[in-house]
Design a protein around this ligand. Structure first.
Ligand code: PEP
Ligand code: MN
Length: 396
């Protein structure tokens, strides 16, 4: 089998080794002909809502799967996820009196950056790692783990189905009360897929990414001179960048200028994921280094990705106490500088899974967590998510 990476290998991290270059080209040509998945005008509405969050007049709640599965694109599952998002957002709005911008990690969250290219099975054999349903499939067989370009087309169609379920729901709720629109977001990881869905803006110069309303660039792909950042700079959507504990303040400043040269409020969110142990030292230092830029940014806390640990049973997990400790460090650094706390991004399940634990003590247990279903990172179950959101509400 010819294994190949297209175009971008040198200047884009985390791109799959597709099984066939010809198939990839065929699929990309097909995607270029497809209708847009989301409207530019709705992306602009979201930018306006995010601008309010940048000013401290609204709060962003962004929740959903680490790795969305194709099988999730059913009315029952999509509606259950939307209800969870809106229930949590309503609770935040009630507790704070602020409007809440509601964004799902949904309708396209099908590609994962991974820290290792391979996974070692219990029998010692080596397989390519699962990279999300847009690339391969989690079952531990060589066949399932092959990066199949036709999965990009399936990603498009599952996103389309998911968006239409969300749209119908929002339409059904439209009326005299304030609209509670569900926006869709995902990590813009698979650049060829994202590029194939770029569409022109009709009322002005430029283009937008029609694969989702809000697109973010991950911690592993935000290199200043690489293609993911260039892609984010080239589209009109509101965009996010993940910021980890080792982010160099000069790089972050350069990213802010590159991605938002006109300082348009709502255009750029920085999604901070430093971990409970490091947020208290690193985040204040970053904010102080960015004293000029920080007021124009939506500061979103992702208290999940800096707090991933391996349990006594060898499972990836996170503790709710680390998650709330990171939220506290995040909020207090912003508060002390008079900057608005812009939002919260969580990885959640809409069913009562047991993937995250309450405290560090529970990490030690050699007994595997019984309800562990995530295809990638450990998610908060509905009760845990409710508690974490209530904790954030108390910080506002
Ligand atoms: C994610 O949000 O699922 C993710 C991989 O995050 P990060 O890029 O911050 O590690
Ligand atoms: Mn994740």
């Amino acid at each position: 089998m010819t294994r190949t990476r297209l175009l971008l290998a040198a200047r884009a991290q985390q791109q799959p080794e597709w099984a066939s270059l010809d198939d990839l080209k065929r699929v990309l040509r097909a995607l270029e002909q497809k209708p847009r998945l989301v409207d530019a005008s709705v992306c602009a509405d979201l930018t306006a809502e995010l601008a309010r969050a940048a000013l401290g007049e609204a709060f962003v709640l962004q929740i959903g799967e680490c790795a969305e599965r194709f099988e999730d694109a059913t009315p029952a599952t999509v509606l259950a996820k939307a209800e969870q998002l809106h229930r949590l957002a309503d609770a935040l709005a009630d507790a704070t009196g602020m409007p809440v911008v509601r964004i799902g990690r949904i309708a396209g969250q099908y590609a994962k950056p991974r820290s290792s290219e391979t996974e070692t099975l219990a029998d010692g054999s080596l397989l390519p790692v699962y990279r999300g349903d847009a690339v391969n499939s989690p079952e531990p067989t060589p066949q399932s783990r092959t990066a199949d370009p036709d999965r990009l087309l399936r990603a498009y169609h599952h996103a389309e189905a998911t968006l239409s379920i969300l749209f119908e729901r929002d339409l059904g709720l439209a009326g005299p009360t304030a609209p509670k629109r569900t926006y869709a977001s995902h990590e813009a990881l698979l650049l060829e897929f994202e590029q194939a869905l770029v569409r022109p803006l009709l009322d002005s110069m430029g283009a937008y990414g029609s694969s989702g309303h809000f697109l973010w660039i991950g911690e592993r792909t935000r290199q200043l001179d690489h293609e993911h950042v260039a892609f984010a700079a080239s589209i009109a959507n509101p965009v996010g960048i993940k910021i980890g504990p080792d982010a160099d303040p000069d790089d972050v400043r350069a990213l802010v200028h590159l991605l938002n040269p006109r300082r348009q409020l709502g255009r750029l969110s920085l999604i901070v994921r430093m971990g409970a142990a490091r947020i208290e030292r690193r985040f204040p230092a970053l904010l102080d280094a960015l004293s000029h830029e920080a007021p124009g940014v939506v500061w979103i806390c992702d208290p999940m990705h800096g707090n991933t640990r391996v349990s006594g049973a060898g499972q990836k997990t996170r503790t709710v106490t680390d998650i709330t400790a990171e939220i506290e460090g995040f909020a207090s650094a912003l508060r002390h500088r008079g900057l608005p706390i812009g939002g919260l991004m969580l990885e959640t399940a809409h069913t009562p899974v047991t993937e995250c634990v309450a405290t560090r003590e529970e990490l030690e247990s050699p007994v595997p967590l019984p309800g562990y279903e995530s295809a990638c990172d450990p998610r908060l179950n509905p009760e845990q998510a409710k508690a974490v959101v209530a904790f954030m509400a108390d910080q506002l």
